[in-house]
Design a binder for this molecule. Sequence first.
Ligand code: PLZ
Length: 453
Amino acid sequence: MTLVDALSVIPVGGPSLPQERRLVTAIPGPKSQELSRRKSEAVSAGVGVTLPAYIVAAGGGVLVDVDGNSLIDLGSGIAVTGIGNSAPEVVAAVAAQLAQFTHTCFTVTPYDSYIEVAETLNRITPGDHAKRSALFNSGAEAVENAVKIARHYTGKQAVVAFDHAYHGRTTLTMGLTAKNLPYKNGFGPFAAEIYRAPTSYPYRDAGLDGVGAAKRAIAQIEKQIGADNLAALIIEPIQGEGGFIVPAPGFLPTLVDWCRANRVVFIADEVQTGFARTGDLFASNHEGIVPDIMVLAKGIAGGLPLSAVTGRAEIMDAPQVGGIGGTYGGNPLACAAALATMHSYETENLALRAREIGAILTGRLNAIRTVDKRVGDVRGRGAMIAIEMVDPVTGDPDAALTGRVVAAAHAQGVVLLTCGTYGNVIRFLPPLSIPDDLLVEGLQVLGSVLAAA
Ligand code: PLZ
């Protein structure tokens, strides 16, 4: 068999894939380029692509493309495949469910796996009060439902989101999301009764501590909205798309206390931070906060589309029967995947693995920062770490440098993502199944492309 023949045999995904970076063509290779041409003819131009290498198999810490290149995965499909792509326990659980039934609609004729997912979420999320959960498909859909439930429970309408927030792309969630391009531009009008408050951004907030930042936000909310009109405050415990912004200590607990004193529902959007990613099962645990409602998605089901709203029983039970639902929410395949995934998070101590990955990331990235002042900040928790690229003299965001570095890393076979309101943050979200040596190799590539940029 020639090399070309060997590469034309599509490998099976999962952790048994060779855990190596292997470049056999330029990135993207000829087959990917042909698919990009078909994409532009067939797919809406509004659907963008970060790295146009078309994938045929993935697992452990690699993505294998149609040209036979093996790329180092430092993105997990945006923080989704925490337990790895095609993790064997997920494959087995979904295959077993696939042979039984694929769909009934839980709100027509139900099945037990939906209940078991809800029971698991109620048990593992912060707080030992009575809880209820409801299941949906996407993060945005879950955010929408969290807001609907909070409004119904409080009888109030206003919702506060924060600077640098990201909560989705639907009409309600676009309004909650802060950044105009690419998410909102031209898609208005946005939903009513959404207000924005200042956040805590320690790198750019010099001198303002967490309690001070919370007081600033609360003063603005009280002046401009009034707690009597406010149903909910929604916040990501670490802001994801906005730039991996970890708020100063005291910020989140002060907001939670104010919400509780004012009958405002505190919603933690843990869509990106959830499920072991930050080195704890949930980022709220690092802050010692107990949200009234948590919104969960991404890492919950090993790559299958599932999202959840979990919250205090009295809040979650407020809507009328039939008021919450949807055709696919809590699909049986996604529930089977979620049960296998959540079982692994608990029994394999993947939070510890996230902390180990975090130690490698922060150690190497801080070493780069000490010699390259264009790396202004290294921040994040666990396997959710980012660097903020700046002009070393003025401290201004440097989006152009960020773009050059990431493009060069892609060409070297390392899947890296950016984020940040100013487009100047490079984020690291490796699958927790990545071997150490592959992670280190990815960081070495980053170091060399940065030095050359
Ligand atoms: N809340 C905190 O991070 C999704 C967006 C990718 P959906 N983030 C990735 C993109 O460019 O569309 C996200 C999030 C937080 C909500 C969402 C929305 O989750 O599953 O993409 O709807």
